[in-house]
Design a protein around this ligand. Structure first.
Ligand SMILES: [Zn+2]
Length: 253
């Protein structure tokens, strides 16, 4: 068999690798070349998506049946694809999120507002189940739960800084839990300038201190730590986040 084929669209003669496979064709290759197929897809994106949507709407039952009977196969295919393209996928997500930050937040807010009633009804009807799920989530992700709680409280007081980095706060809560395990006493993520005194809920205004200090601090505006930090403890600073993957490197294991 010749290694060349002529494209039905652009008329160029190209090597077989330049054509996608198509079992229904006699030579096993699609008629237009890859470049032409791609150009068509780009030029007709809207039309193609509309067609897909319509097909899906017309064949919803069939699609659902396929999904149900091939659950394992589909999951396996997704896993494989993700494993092979992890970097590309994550990079794409990061880029999309960075480019559309405002849009995404707005959509989320709108979706939340539109479904508030529905959510409340569901919660009401499934009180036990929801409570159990929430408990399990808090247990599995205590630092996320704590960060969420403190962010909510700050938002209530209008003290939530727009550039607050939730990831950093979560990391501080994680660190606090680790300190609890090491020292055997509770630690708090604390506002350096208290919210009550006009401090922002912002990652640079957060520190980790023993819980007993926190209580003294609240009782006394001219607060001084009563006991010194453990000698190995250093309040995490901006450099700990420079790598993008903060590590509690200054903590003993
Ligand atoms: Zn072509």
């Amino acid at each position: 068999m010749s290694n060349l084929k002529t494209c039905s669209k652009c008329g160029e003669t190209k090597p077989r690798e330049e054509f996608t496979r198509n079992k229904s064709k006699r030579d096993g290759l699609s008629s237009p070349c890859k470049a032409c197929r791609k150009a068509y897809k780009v030029a007709n994106r809207e039309k193609i998506n509309e067609g897909k949507r319509k097909y899906y709407a017309d064949n919803r039952e069939k699609a659902r049946e396929y999904q149900e009977t091939n659950r394992e196969k589909i999951a396996e295919r997704k896993r494989k694809y993700y494993a092979a393209n992890r970097e590309k996928i994550n990079e794409g997500k990061r880029k999309y999120y960075a480019d559309n930050r405002g849009k995404i937040t707005k959509q989320k807010r709108e979706y939340d507002a539109a479904h508030r009633e529905q959510r409340r009804n569901y919660k009401e009807a499934n009180r036990e189940k929801v409570a159990e799920q929430e408990r399990a989530y808090r247990q599995a992700h205590p630092e996320k739960a704590r960060a969420k709680g403190s962010r909510r409280r700050a938002a209530k007081r209008n003290a939530l800084h727009p550039e607050h980095d939730l990831k950093r706060e979560q990391w501080l809560h994680k660190l606090a839990r680790r300190l609890e395990r090491i020292t055997g006493e509770p630690w708090h993520v604390d506002h350096i300038v208290p919210l009550a005194q006009g401090g922002w809920h912002h990652h640079d205004n957060l520190q980790i201190i023993p819980a007993k200090w926190n209580c003294q601090k609240q009782a006394n505006a001219f607060w001084e730590p009563a006991s010194p930090c453990p000698p190995w403890f250093r309040v995490p600073d901006i450099d700990d986040f420079a790598s993008g993957k903060p590590r509690a490197k200054h903590l003993p294991n």
